[in-house]
Ligand binder design. Structure first.
Ligand SMILES: Nc1ncnc2c1ncn2[C@@H]1O[C@H](COP(=O)(O)OP(=O)(O)OP(=O)(O)O)[C@@H](O)[C@H]1O
Length: 652
């Protein structure tokens, strides 16, 4: 669920509801979004007050961590920003007061009660105040921009560093992945917005307080009226402001669906299917309907907010104008000066703006704080697959004896086990093939072996020690792997291969050797700049490779590491028959001295393995050599015969 991180319970509940009523897939189903009405919460004054206190309390509590962040980013700039907020808070009051003094001096001079000297002095003072205002504004802007850059960098760095430590589980779960996206895309700007809102609040509070004090000196009654007049406007602002915020939150799933539809139509990899299936007009139309729907909601709120909001603020204006008239009459009667009149006008306007400013500042802080809660929740998530307090040293050398003992595993949130009581043993140096229907648990087995997940039950031993006793990084460094969904890096051919062993990134002979082993050396030799040719289309002069060529590059990357365990998940799924045959005839040599585990759907290659494991819905159904399994006449035999028959039929 988006945005629900540390939001107050009420907001969370609303969001959850919004989530359930919005279609999950985004491709079909209704495009409607629920109304932004408040949930059934008690509406009496006391509960309202309590709700206000809890959200205000949360917001204020969020502030110290932002200040800490700013301080860490740059103490000097933080102090500068705080100082300039103080100064610019006092400036409107200073300006109004000097203007009053100036006007009074002018009137006195006109009436022959004073000289021009005082006018010149006051004009100079006014110039000073204006200059100070301009300088403090410039300082604030510069400091804010600088701090923004520094803080964004700090946070993006922290998010990235933290993400690199997190378990695979975090990336494979939709909720946690959502949290990660938000933390890395939306949150980095938020602390500065929070700080800006908070400083705005401080500045307007200072203006507000100093103006009220100044008005008190003219007339306590006026001060009271100036204070009370903006109240109706304030109430309507707060009502519609919070609704607008809720609407924005409610619309975020809709926005994400719109972004997804947009990407389906505008991304190169989707273009083929979109065209062939004629999906373009459907997707475009759906995008438009979602957008129009969201717009309709927004229009309703915006219109109401502005019209009703204006009606309320007219009340404030009416009160303000009444008072202005009263003061004008008092000035005519000589009980107040012209300067007092000017002061009141300036002060009333300033007080009204600051009341609005207070509200905007506070609601901005509230909103930013919700995002920050998500960020901090994310940063507080700790990986669970970590080195134990006392790690067992990896055997030197690792022999590659692997044992699964009654291993069961269920993905978090899944309804059934992906692996169920699986036990088997692989001797050092053995080559083992894992087969089974789609979804049988083959890739899961590999993820468990690489300790990307921990078994829910049972244990996995490497050379007799439970792999949970090792440091996971050390364990992984002893495994070479190619996954089903291998990465195509937008880099040169050499980099694409060298990344398999970071320390050997510049070791060209080793990279070339890996390429030869993966059967891709000849293709690289034909690239315009050989190993230095950029691959992929993201950058200039990048060469597009075919699916099979990419797979060979990924294989070469796996061969970079001189590790005692080699794990290949469907290593030949994209290879042509000749390349596949070539790889498997060489696999013995390639896996010389290593324990090798590979997954394949092609039984012609599987039969060469020294041992075959057949998984069926998470269970180990059959185990043995090709000959043994064939003579058992079980599932393996029938699958093998099925595939062989298909080939033979075609040959006949
Ligand atoms: N990240 C995940 N979260 C939840 N369930 C998952 C996850 N990955 C896989 N599964 C489920 O676990 C089961 C086993 O998946 P696995 O990927 O191990 O199958 P496989 O045998 O490798 O299949 P294939 O031959 O299609 O590659 C499947 O039912 C799948 O839906």
């Amino acid at each position: 669920m988006m945005h629900s991180g540390g939001a107050p319970i009420g907001v969370r509940r609303m969001l959850r509801r919004a989530g359930t009523s919005v279609p999950q897939s985004g491709l079909t189903g209704p495009v409607d979004i629920p109304d932004a009405v408040a949930p059934d919460q008690p509406k009496d004054l006391r509960s309202r007050w309590q709700r206000f206190r809890s959200s205000a309390g949360g917001t204020v509590r969020g502030l110290p961590r932002v200040i800490k962040l700013a301080w860490r980013a740059s103490p000097a700039v933080t102090v500068l920003i705080a100082l300039s907020a103080l100064i610019s808070g006092l400036m409107p009051t200073g300006t109004a007061y000097v203007a009053k003094l100036l006007l009074d001096a002018v009137v006195a001079a006109v009436q022959g009660r004073g000289g021009t000297d005082r006018i010149v002095q006051l004009a100079a003072l006014e110039f000073g105040v204006f200059t100070a205002t301009a300088i403090s504004t410039a300082l604030t802007n510069a400091a804010q921009q600088l701090l923004q850059e520094r803080m964004t960098l700090t946070i993006r760095h922290r998010v990235m560093a933290h993400a690199s430590r997190l378990d695979l589980q975090f990336f494979e779960g939709s909720e946690s992945y959502d949290q990660l996206r938000q933390a890395s895309q939306e949150a980095p700007q938020r602390p500065m917005s929070m700080l800006t809102s908070a400083l705005g609040l401080v500045r307007t509070s200072i203006t507000f307080a100093s103006m009220v004090v100044l008005l008190m000196s003219v007339s306590p009654l006026l001060a009271a009226v100036a204070l009370l007049a903006p109240v109706p406007a304030f109430i309507s602002q707060s009502k519609y402001g919070s609704r607008a915020f809720l609407l924005t939150l409610w619309m975020s799933p809709i926005r994400r669906r719109m972004d997804y539809l947009n990407s389906l139509v505008t991304t190169d990899t989707y273009a083929k299917e979109t065209k062939l299936f004629g999906l373009g007009p459907y997707l475009v139309d759906r995008f438009l309907r979602l957008g129009q729907n969201a717009y309709a909601r927004e229009r309703k709120l915006t219109t109401r907010r502005n019209f009703v909001g204006t009606a309320w603020s007219l009340l404030s204006t009416l009160a303000g104008s009444g008072i202005a008239l009263y003061i004008a009459l008092e000035a005519v009667a000589g009980r107040l000066t012209i300067g007092d009149l000017a002061l009141y006008t300036a002060a009333a306007a300033a007080v009204q703006t600051s009341v609005q400013g207070l509200f905007t500042g506070f609601s901005g802080m509230y909103e930013n704080n919700l995002y920050l809660d998500t960020l901090y929740d994310f940063l507080a998530t700790e990986p669970q697959i970590v080195a134990p307090a006392v790690t067992a040293p990896l055997p030197e050398p690792v022999r590659g004896h692997i044992e699964f003992q009654n291993v069961s595993f269920r993905y978090p949130g899944a309804a059934e086990n992906a692996m169920d009581g699986v036990s088997f043993e692989i001797r050092p140096g053995e080559t083992v093939a894992v087969v089974g229907r789609n979804g049988a648990g083959k890739s899961t087995l590999i993820k468990l072996l690489c300790r990307l997940y921990d078994p829910t039950e049972g244990r996995i031993l490497l050379d007799g020690t439970d792999i949970r006793k090792f440091d996971p990084d050390a364990l992984r460094s002893r495994i070479s792997a190619m996954f089903q969904d291998y990465v195509t890096y937008q880099g040169t051919a050499a980099e694409n291969i060298g990344l398999g062993e970071l320390s050997a990134l510049d070791d060209r002979p080793r990279i070339e050797d890996s390429a030869t082993r993966a059967g891709v050396a000849a293709r690289i030799a034909r690239l315009p700049r050989g190993y230095d040719s950029p691959l992929g289309r993201w950058f200039d002069q990048g060469v597009s490779l075919s699916g099979g060529e990419w797979q060979k590059i990924a294989l070469a990357r796996a061969f970079m590491r001189d590790a005692p365990i080699l794990v290949l998940d469907e290593p030949t799924s994209a290879l042509d028959a000749a390349a596949e045959h070539d790889l498997f005839t060489r696999l013995r040599a390639l896996s010389e001295g290593r324990t090798t585990l590979y997954i394949s759907h092609r039984f012609s290659t599987v039969r060469q393995a020294e041992k075959i494991l057949l998984l069926d819905r998470g269970r180990l159904a059959e185990e043995g050599t090709h000959e043994e399994l064939m003579s058992q006449g079980g599932d393996y035999a029938s699958l093998f015969t099925l595939q062989a028959a298909a080939y033979l039929e075609e040959a006949a």
